[in-house]
Structures are given as structure tokens and as C-alpha cells.
Write a protein that binds this ligand. Structure first.
Ligand code: GLV
Ligand code: GLV
Length: 325
């Protein structure tokens, strides 16, 4: 019997590829940029498993072009690039890689929070331009963290890890989530509140929800106008949760003090005016970009396919309705 075929849409850490090779015919798109759509549509025609990246659009057209496709392994925790309903309808199993990037993403959230609050990037630019002339008591004043209120939107794994990291600053924690998070309440005395309360009471607001139809533009003009003028907004989840043009306006008008963003509404583009602002720190979707996290993501993404093949429970399933196909 010929071996099943797995296609990987881009280079991932080798540990993942090595896990797949003993069991499958593995092909990798080995250029450093996203695979062109036409080529992807051609490649999926004869494959049984697909290991894909956030930047690949896994929609109806693609699934219809792949008659043998039985499993899609997403190299990420979020899977908004995949039409999950359609996959479920076609009995295609979808898996993802949560858990292993929690610490990395929580760390980047704090990196952005600290960088924007203490004006680290502005300071760096000032140094490089040779503009630091002497110590000045009124120069580059920023915000404080100790004792402030941190509002966590989405208290899943990552939101919880971000909240836990606040202990050193003895911050108060508010969270907005569909269910209670007893761990946060017991360990950090966190209070579950509605979104309006969180926005109006927090000094820092950090977003950790997946992108869905309900969370799209969760933060727009109205929500930004509820925030304190001294507050900061951080987003390491998905760009479209924020109405980016509304955020640019709020930052221009200093309706809020600053923002730290790792994700953007129309990646890789950023909204007009965003890049001209000093009160924002921008990073290129690197929340999970540590060596450890990316290796583990590769391992789990591959293991998910291997387990499916051997009819074992994948490590993480997105559409459990399709389990056991
Ligand atoms: C990265 O953004 C992920 O969802 O894993
Ligand atoms: C993702 O892993 C989350 O639960 O935040």
C-alpha cells in the first residue's frame, strides 16, 4: 500500500518534519514566503493530511479541491483562517497547538506593555538619533504599573498567564470572559466584570480572545471612548478584534495614552497613520516566536497528524464532532 501524503505549506522546525517522515510521504513548500494560492490548490489534490500556517486560507474552495483530505493540522492555537464548519461538514478533522505557546505569548504581552508604558522604543530611537544630551528631570516620563488595574479580555490559558505575571506589580485584576475563572479569582483575587466595567476601570487592557464573528471589532470607537485617558491597550491575539482605524483616531486624539500591538486587522499591512504615532509599539505577530514554543508547536502539529493516522486521539482537536473518522 502506498504511503499517505502529507503536505506542509511552509518551513517549520525540523522536529515536526522528522516526526512525520517515518509514516508519510512528506512534501514541504520550502520557500520562505507564503505558498501561492494556485500552487496550494494544486498541491492539495492528492494529499491526505495538510499541515498549514495562519497565513494560508483554508476555505471551501481548497477543501473541495482536495478529495482525499482527511485532516488539517493548524500550526497555531488560533484557527480563524480555516472554515471549520465546512471542514466538519466534509468530515475533515482539524487540530491545533494550544498550551505550548502560552508562556511565549504571555511574555510578549508583557514586553509590549512595559515597552509602551516606559517608552522603551521611543527611548531607543532617541539614543540612535544622538538626541540624548543630558539627564533631564522632565524627560520621557511614562506610566506606572505598581498597584494599577489590569483588565484581561478573554481569560483562557494565555489571558490567565498574563494575569499571573502581574503579581510582581501587585496589580488588581479584572477579567471579562464567558465563564468564571476560579484559578484567577483564588490566586489573584480577580473579579469577573462586564466589558464596559473592564474598559472604564482598567489602566491596562489586554486582549486574549480568539477571532470569531462575535469578537470581530469587539473594540471600536465606543469601547475606546470608555477607556481612561491614561490607559493602555495591548493586543497579542488577533488584529480584527480591534477596529484599527478607530484605534488610530483614539491614539491621535490621545483619548487613550498608548497601545502595544503584535497583531493587525489586515496583516501584514497596518492602518493608515498607525506607523506615524509615537504612542504605540508594534511587533510583527511574534507572540509565539520563541525557539521552544515554535519547536513544540511543530511537534504537536505533527503528532496530531500521526495520532490521527494511528487512530489515536490527536493531542488537540478543534472539531471533535469529526473524531474517529
Ligand atoms: C499564533 O498566533 C497562534 O494562534 O498560534
Ligand atoms: C489559548 O491557548 C488560550 O486559551 O488563550
Amino acid at each position: 500500500m502506498s504511503r499517505l501524503k502529507v503536505f506542509i505549506t511552509g518551513q517549520i522546525p525540523l522536529v515536526g518534519v522528522d516526526l512525520l517522515k517515518p509514516h508519510f510521504d512528506v512534501e514541504i513548500y520550502s520557500q520562505s514566503k507564503a505558498i501561492p494560492r494556485n500552487l496550494l490548490l494544486e498541491k492539495v489534490q492528492h494529499i491526505d493530511g495538510l499541515l498549514c500556517i495562519l497565513r494560508d486560507k483554508i476555505d471551501r474552495e481548497l477543501m473541495d479541491a482536495a478529495p482525499r483530505l482527511k485532516t488539517i493540522s493548524q500550526y497555531a492555537v488560533g484557527y480563524n483562517n480555516i472554515d471549520v464548519d465546512y471542514a466538519t461538514q466534509k468530515r475533515i478533522l482539524i487540530t491545533n497547538t494550544p498550551g505550548v505557546l502560552t508562556d511565549a505569548t504571555a511574555d510578549l504581552t508583557w514586553a509590549l506593555l512595559l515597552a509602551i508604558t516606559r517608552r522603551v522604543v521611543e527611548g531607543d530611537k532617541t539614543m540612535r538619533r544622538g538626541e540624548f544630551k543630558e539627564f533631564d528631570p522632565l524627560f520621557m516620563l511614562g506610566g506606572d504599573l505598581a498597584g494599577k488595574t489590569l483588565g484581561i479580555i478573554g481569560a483562557g490559558r494565555i489571558g490567565t498567564a498574563v494575569a499571573e505575571r502581574s503579581a510582581g506589580w501587585k496589580m488588581k485584576i479584572l477579567y471579562y470572559n464567558h465563564s468564571r475563572n476560579p484559578q484567577l479569582e483564588t490566586k489573584l483575587n480577580a473579579a469577573k466584570v462586564d466589558l464596559q466595567t473592564l474598559l472604564s476601570k482598567s489602566d491596562f487592557v489586554s486582549i486574549h480572545l480568539p477571532l470569531t464573528a462575535e469578537t470581530h471589532h469587539l473594540i471600536g470607537h465606543k469601547e475606546l471612548s470608555l477607556m481612561k485617558s491614561t490607559a493602555y491597550l495591548i493586543n497579542t491575539s488577533r488584529g480584527p478584534l480591534i477596529h484599527e482605524t478607530a484605534l488610530v483616531k483614539a491614539l491621535q486624539d490621545q483619548q487613550i495614552t498608548g497601545a502595544g500591538l503584535d497583531v493587525f486587522e489586515h496583516e501584514p499591512q497596518i492602518a493608515k497613520g498607525l506607523g506615524d504615532l509615537e504612542n504605540v509599539v508594534l511587533t510583527p505577530h511574534i507572540g509565539s516566536a520563541t525557539i521552544t514554543a515554535r519547536n513544540k508547536m511543530a511537534e504537536i502539529a505533527a503528532q496530531n497528524i500521526v495520532n490521527w493516522h494511528f487512530k489515536k486521539e490527536p493531542v488537540y482537536i478543534v472539531n471533535s464532532e469529526v473524531r474517529g473518522n
